[in-house]
Design a protein around this ligand. Structure first.
Ligand code: BYC
Ligand code: FE
Ligand code: FE
Length: 472
């Protein structure tokens, strides 16, 4: 079961050859996907050979094969983690009952909505990143970008499979729409805000893979706890791919921070920019910007949608089955600070309604662990500067804090104070221009742009100066 069949046009471990209708529908979608990839996927090195991994089995450990591939020839396919025998619904009103292999009619629309929202982020990120390789700081980095891109493409396949297999005509229409929306487009934007933001420099890319892909980790984790077993299984396999995306972001940021510290020390005035690098305060402002955008991806603090998703078992909490003893979340509350008449007022809301906030807090704790590892680097470099995460209320555009002003410590401030100080906290036009001006391609194997440190090791045991992208 876990072995992937690569003899078919669409590699899969879901026995596609025995479902003629589904296979034909997906084979019809496949050329549209490839057209999409060509037109808004990676535009640089689009047909070069890239050293990529491809999934060959879904068993933990040893599931990947590494080798040179031209991206349009990547074997995108449908891989579900093996079923857990006797799996029961982890959370909500039906906790403990057998999981569903089909979609119950009464939840069809909300389940489809969740799958579409998840699906929409995958192609969006590829679109956002399509020109980045034009300024890759090394071939190692370009390869990592492409690895992330082909896997986000595969994540789209994962969700499109569910739409085609379980939602009939509506599902096929949604799958077509997923190729029609465009990141940042005024008329047909992607669904969630962070996926319409430009991602045109590599500091942004590493913030994105660190913080936005990490939202993916937690949302996929919550969907892995779904009562709908095919969704759970597909998300469990996606999570194994996601780990590399998070590695790219965390280690990429660490390398930029380490280099900022080195350049700070080299410069007589402690000015990393004078040495042609990115300075730590600029890095901090980018962190503030992306982290706050990603907090928005969890939705409103108090949400009836979230309560419904939990009650019906469509979504659970992070590690619901493993880490919780009580799975109904009834008769419990969660404290939320509301803004009322210019002050913060705590209120206890029913726990089910606060599930977006509960997941956001798990996410925040994970981000805090990452930042503390970056700060170890700064400590080892002998610097006093520390990267911090802004408060959950800072710079929010979704939920109960949207429309109010907070400083990075979470204190309520007035609009005039915000306007006077926001340039200390968020990237300025000048910061963006500076970062953009540093973005020059480095395509010689083993060489790095000046503003980023070399990685500690290469990919899959290869040396750092390996030809990760065959340039010609
Ligand atoms: N931007 O009741 P609420 C990934 C909308 S990342 C724009 O709070 P709910 C990846 C919301 O849709 C993981 N709109 O919403 C990473 C709703 O609209 P409707 C992505 C927003 O449903 C990197 C309304 O506001 N996965 O995989 O409780 C690279 C009311 O809000 C936003 C998922 O998101 C926003 N930020 O929570 C590649 C999982 N936030 O329905 C990939 C699936 C909220 O009233 N999604 N709105 O028109 C969900 O579970 C939920 O839909 C959400 C929102 C958590 C997103
Ligand atoms: Fe993804
Ligand atoms: Fe990802």
């Amino acid at each position: 079961m876990s072995h992937v069949n690569y003899d078919e046009r669409i590699p899969n471990n879901v026995d596609l050859s025995n479902d003629r209708r589904l296979r034909r529908a997906l084979e019809k979608w496949q050329p549209a996907y490839l057209d999409w990839w060509r037109s808004v996927g990676p535009q640089i090195f689009a047909d070069n050979e890239i050293y990529l991994r491809t999934a060959i089995s879904t068993e933990p450990g040893g599931w990947a094969n590494f080798g040179y591939v031209r991206m349009p020839e990547y074997r995108w396919g449908i891989f579900l983690a093996d079923p857990e025998p006797d799996r029961v619904i982890p959370a909500g009103d039906f906790a403990g009952q057998p999981v569903w292999q089909e979609v119950p009619g009464e939840y069809r629309n909300i389940l489809k909505r969740i799958i579409v929202v998840q699906a929409d982020t995958e192609p969006a990120s590829v679109e956002q990143q399509r020109y980045l390789a034009a300024t890759a700081p090394s071939l190692y980095d370009a390869r990592n970008l492409f690895q992330v891109n082909v896997e986000e493409g595969r994540h789209l396949w994962a969700m499109v499979y569910l739409l085609h297999a379980y939602f009939g005509r509506d599902g096929r229409d949604e799958a077509d729409e997923l190729l029609a929306r465009r990141a940042g487009d005024a008329d047909k934007p992607r669904i969630l805000d962070a996926f319409n933001q430009p991602c045109e420099d590599w500091l942004t890319f590493h913030c994105f893979t660190c913080f936005t892909d990490r939202d993916g980790k937690f949302q996929l984790g919550a969907l892995a706890e779904s009562a709908f077993d095919p969704l759970s299984r597909t998300c469990r396999f996606m999570l194994t791919e996601e780990a590399h995306h998070l590695f790219v972001g965390e280690s990429g940021m660490e390398r930029i921070i380490r280099r900022a510290a080195e350049l700070h020390k080299i410069d007589p005035n402690g000015d990393a920019r004078a040495q042609g690098g990115i300075d730590l305060p600029t890095i901090q402002r980018y962190v503030n910007y992306w982290y706050s955008y990603c907090l928005d991806l969890f939705g409103a603090e108090v949400s009836t949608n979230a309560a419904d998703y939990f009650a019906t078992g469509l979504k659970g909490r992070w590690r619901e089955a493993k880490d919780y003893d009580e799975h109904t979340a009834l008769g419990q509350t969660h404290r939320i600070e509301y803004v009322e008449d210019g002050t913060l007022v705590p209120r206890d809301v029913p726990l089910r309604n606060a599930m977006n906030e509960v997941l956001r807090q798990d996410y925040a704790a994970d981000c805090a662990r990452v930042v503390s590892r970056w700060n170890k680097t700064l400590e080892a470099e002998g610097l006093d500067f520390r990267i911090t995460l802004p408060h959950n209320r800072f710079h929010r555009r979704q939920g109960i804090y949207a429309g109010h002003y907070f400083d990075p410590q979470g204190n309520l401030i007035d609009e005039a104070t915000w306007n006077a100080r926001k340039d200390e906290w968020l990237p300025t036009d000048e910061d963006r221009a500076w970062v953009k001006n540093l973005m020059k391609p480095v395509y010689e194997p083993g060489k790095m742009a000046n503003w980023i440190a070399a990685p500690r090791r290469g990919i899959h045991g290869q040396p750092i100066d390996f030809e990760y992208v065959r340039v010609d």
